[in-house]
Design a protein around this ligand. Structure first.
Ligand code: CP
Length: 448
């Protein structure tokens, strides 16, 4: 556990922008003749541990490793593994990522599960989708496809539509689009807006500005949306392209990324009026040169008669998944070297900030589910905001820490109290409420 030289892909943030661009070049080489590379990973074994259904992610990874000359062992279903008998994810990856396999691809229904796998496995772990958190390799495929179609990513205008709340592909894609300087128009189905923690991260880490927009009409898409917004990646001048959104005078859309309602993660929400993209959507002038994207599987949200439109590239996204994943695995296994530097700081690492009495508020977080048995709840101080904002080290959901305590005095203070400034950051113990601090055995400073 904790090998600092090991590279994992838990979040799209685990690759630098330059590394991603270099991986595109390698994917191009692999793609030029897929069958020419059968020595690159000869002798290596990849294990796919999929505890949720998948067609594209698992099979394209397996195809990619076979094309690279490696071997594959696979658990395609939770019920076929000892997890059905109660074995933890931590134990599973310790065993499989021991002598069984040289690289793991993990899909799991709980948010933050990929971080757990990366912590406990000795070999590189690739997140094949963890709950509603992230799906970074889908984003690599999406970016690669869009980059090939448009020749660039910077300055593109990308509309994200549908279930932006539970769609892990959307979360990874948003971060990447912001990093590459693309602008985003969010058109969520009512009640399925981007989660606050994703928006905060876009704002805090990329200086993204959010402008409320009332999209009057994108036929089939806008009718049920009530919270369209324009997210611009620190380039206010580009707002000029969309300043007339309220009157639907959109000049140009480069891509419309549609998502299905992630019903497996819903709590019975009504999706009767879920948006549906059809030929009429693409008939608007602004979409003349748009590309229609979807991570697939599609259910009803894109009409089948759009498939023949040359602007539809969703099957291409799936096709390019093989060379893209070949490049990623060859890199993580050390079979190809990248000139680009890794990111300065990787995505949330556990154990940075203390949160003795804190509990992640995300009921789908692995720390509140199977991880309850063995994971310490870890939080990272996101920013010295007021009140301080902590993020779960696994699923990244944020909580406001309104009270701060100190072990040596056993006293707690409101976060803005002058006494807090005298406590070293590393020694601050954060609580959401007075009740939480009292329950942990601390006393209020004023009345002690
Ligand atoms: N896009 C995607 O993750 O598809 P699968 O669920 O089929 O792997």
């Amino acid at each position: 556990m904790g090998d600092p030289s090991k590279r994992d892909l838990v979040s799209i943030e685990d690759l630098s922008t330059e590394e991603i661009l270099e991986l595109f070049q390698h994917a191009d080489e692999f793609r030029a003749n897929l069958s020419d590379w059968s020595d690159v990973c000869r002798g290596a074994i990849m294990a796919t541990l999929f505890f949720e259904p998948s067609t594209r992610t698992r099979l394209s990874f397996e195809s990619a490793m076979l094309r690279l000359g490696g071997g594959v062992i696979s658990a395609a279903d939770k019920e076929s593994t000892s997890r059905a008998k109660g074995e933890s994810l931590a134990d599973t990856v310790r065993v499989v990522g021991g002598s069984y396999a040289d690289i793991l691809v993990v899909r799991h229904p709980e948010d933050g599960a990929a971080r757990v796998a990366a912590r406990y496995a000795r070999v590189p772990v690739i997140n094949g989708g963890d709950g509603a958190h992230e799906h970074p390799t889908q984003t690599l495929c999406d970016l690669y496809t869009l980059w090939k179609e448009k020749g660039r990513l910077e300055g593109l205008e990308v509309v994200l539509c549908g279930d932006l709340r539970y769609s892990r592909t959307i979360h990874s894609f948003c971060y990447a689009l912001a990093r590459f300087g693309a602008n985003i128009v969010t058109m969520p189905y009512a009640g399925f807006e981007l989660p606050d923690y994703v928006l905060h991260r876009l704002t805090r880490d990329y200086g993204v500005q959010t402008v409320a927009a009332s999209v009057a009409d994108l036929p089939g898409l806008a009718g049920s949306s009530n919270a369209a917004a324009y997210l611009t990646a620190s380039k206010p001048h580009q707002l000029a392209l969309f300043t007339s959104l309220t009157r639907f005078e959109v000049n140009r859309i480069d891509a419309i990324y549609m998502t299905r309602a992630q019903r497996e993660r819903h709590a019975g929400e009504d999706t009767a009026n879920y948006p549906r993209l059809g030929r009429n959507t693409l008939g608007v002038e602004a979409a003349r040169d748009a590309r229609v994207m979807h991570p697939l599987p599609r259910v009803d949200e894109i009409d089948y008669d759009v498939d023949d439109d040359p602007r539809s590239i969703y099957f291409r996204q799936a096709e390019l998944g093989v060379p893209m994943r070949m490049a990623l695995m060859a890199f993580l296994l050390g079979k190809i070297q990248l000139r680009a530097r890794p990111p300065a700081a990787t995505s949330v690492e556990p154990g940075i900030a203390g949160g003795a009495g804190l509990r992640c508020r995300n009921e789908r977080c692995i720390t509140n589910n199977e991880g309850v048995r063995y994971l310490q709840r870890d939080f990272r101080l996101r920013a010295e905001e007021s009140p301080p904002m902590l993020a779960c080290a696994y699923c990244e959901r944020e909580i406001e820490a309104r009270f701060v305590a100190q072990e040596s005095t056993r006293l707690f203070h409101p976060h803005a109290a002058p006494a807090v400034q005298a406590i070293e950051i590393a020694k601050r113990i954060y609580f959401e409420s007075e009740a939480q601090a009292l329950a942990a055995g601390f006393q209020p400073a004023a009345t002690a």
